[in-house]
Design a protein around this ligand. Structure first.
Ligand code: B12
Length: 432
């Protein structure tokens, strides 16, 4: 059914212009259990609606901004507030005494339509929150919650949409039914993935349509059709999304594939299928990096390969791309590279760094043979050796005599950058 284009805030401001009141952070409009005496419409600012369970757990239903009607559901049910409404930022509210609300609802059709629409919206929000709680993990719930907050309280800035409301990690935890530590960790993860930046307590989200494309991209790696991930990478590039963030989205898809594999929800064929999506998508990013021509002034030369017996290619390709994007010349030897081939390449290309990747706990041992072969050939001291891949630990790197290790692509780039921009510096084997 089409609802007429009327707006509750406009109506109540017209009807009760003298009833606008200003509230400060911490003011409580009503407590859970209070009888309903007034209803409120938010003109601007933010009001937290929460309830406390019999076990004492606080659950936040939302941080509501302009246009929201507060207290109506409670009035229509049994006139007792089932929630507490607390002002979290400087807020202007239209305060409507119950008798006047009852009166107007009986005689103004537009007003009652607006009220019904507000109630329907509220029900929809509860429904989608219930769905989130049932089907999504904490990080996905947090993402949805931040998008909602950005829609409600967003402020456009040149870096993205700032969530312009005075809330704490505790407030967010109450909104998505998680604890504060989880929120801090999930925020760090989303920051690493490039979905947001934080400045002190300020949270700035990338545009919501970018988040949607990136989520679709991760999903396409997990279970998309042929060419879907590649198409989405093209869309992401056309939208101007940072290439590193696009790479991160591909990787988080691959992590999900592995998680499902570890839990027996998919098999090796699914992994191969996802790897195919990655292989289709990665060259597009590589071409875009080349197009940006970032790597003209080489910071240093790196010979890179996956060790003998190991055909895992994707991680190496990603690290290679990021190194190139940062200004390194990378000679990618490919996969299944023997110690002799690494030594030959070092002699031929005279790189600053030799980088090795291994994804199997069996093949990581091959890295030790390579380091030994470099020593035997008398070229070990001419280069830095950097290693990485899921089974690698700092302890292992130290044991085999590598110069550096990083758990993720970005850490590897920082390590290489540190070595080549300041060759005299000594970098300890730390996980960056
Ligand atoms: C995709 C995949 C495959 C694909 C590879 C396709 C391809 N062209 O690359 C296929 C299907 C071929 C495959 C085969 C196998 N796989 Co496999 N595979 C994976 C999977 C799911 C994802 C790997 C991946 O691409 N990740 C995405 C990339 C971006 O991440 P990444 O590789 O970890 O790289 C990141 C970092 O590690 C780091 N990094 C990587 N290298 C380097 C190097 C340096 C210098 C630095 C600084 C950083 C760095 O930076 C990258 C970006 O941040 C992993 C699961 C996992 N958790 O890793 C299993 C996994 C690695 N595979 C595994 C296994 C067992 C196999 C097989 C033996 C399976 C089989 N029964 O045949 C074979 C082995 C084949 C062989 N001889 O190599 C196991 C390894 C277990 C172990 N500890 O030994 C894993 C962990 C799955 C599991 N949970 O059991 N696999």
């Amino acid at each position: 059914m089409h609802t007429p284009d009327i707006n509750l805030l406009g109506l109540v401001l017209k009807q009760w212009p003298e009833r606008v009141r200003s509230y400060k952070r911490g003011n409580v409009l009503y407590w859970q259990g209070d009888p309903v005496e007034n209803l409120y419409v938010v003109q601007n600012g933010a009001v937290k609606i929460s309830s406390i369970s019999s076990s004492g757990k606080i659950y936040s239903h939302g941080i509501l901004g302009a246009g929201h009607l507060l207290g109506a559901t409670d009035y229509f049910l049994d006139s007792i507030h089932e929630t507490t409404a607390e002002v979290v930022d400087k807020t202007l509210l239209v305060v409507i005494p119950l008798s006047e609300f009852q009166h107007l609802i009986g005689r103004d059709r537009n007003f009652s339509t607006c009220v019904m629409r507000e109630l329907a919206k509220e029900a929809k929000v509860h429904f989608s929150k219930a769905q989130d709680l049932s089907f999504l993990d904490a990080q996905q719930r947090l993402k949805h919650c931040l998008i909602k907050l950005a829609e409600e309280h967003g402020l456009e800035t040149d870096k993205g949409v700032e969530i312009d409301v005075n809330i704490t990690h505790e407030d967010i935890a109450e909104l998505i039914n998680a604890n504060r530590t989880t929120i801090t960790l999930c925020l760090q993860d989303l920051k690493k993935l490039g979905y947001l930046i934080t400045e002190g307590r300020r949270i700035i989200l990338i545009p919501v349509n970018h988040i949607i494309i990136l989520d679709q991209l991760s999903e396409a790696v997990v279970c998309g059709g042929i060419g879907e991930a590649a198409d989405l990478v093209n869309t992401a590039i056309a939208e101007g999304i940072d290439l590193v963030i696009v790479l991160n989205a591909l990787m988080s898809g691959m992590k999900e594939v592995d998680r499902r594999y570890a839990q027996g929800q998919n098999d090796i064929n699914d992994i191969m299928w996802s790897a195919t999506h990655m292989q289709e998508a990665l060259p597009i990013i590589e071409a875009a990096i080349k197009h940006e021509d970032i790597s003209l002034n080489h910071l240093g030369r790196i010979v890179f390969g996956t060790v003998q017996g190991d055909i895992h290619n994707i991680g190496k390709t990603m690290v290679t791309m990021l190194l190139r994007a940062r200004g390194f010349e990378v000679i990618d030897l490919g996969v299944d590279i023997s110690a002799e081939e690494f030594v030959e390449a070092v002699k031929k290309y005279k790189p600053d760094i030799l980088a090795m990747s291994a994804l199997l706990s069996t093949t990581q041992l091959e890295m030790k043979n390579v380091v030994q072969a470099l020593e035997d050939a008398g070229v070990r001291d001419q280069i830095k050796v950097m290693i990485g891949g899921t089974p690698i630990t700092p302890k292992f790197a130290q044991e085999i005599g590598a110069d550096g290790y990083a758990q993720e692509a970005r850490g590897g780039v920082e390590l290489a950058w540190g070595w080549c921009s300041n060759p005299d510096s000594w970098f300890p084997l730390v996980e960056l």
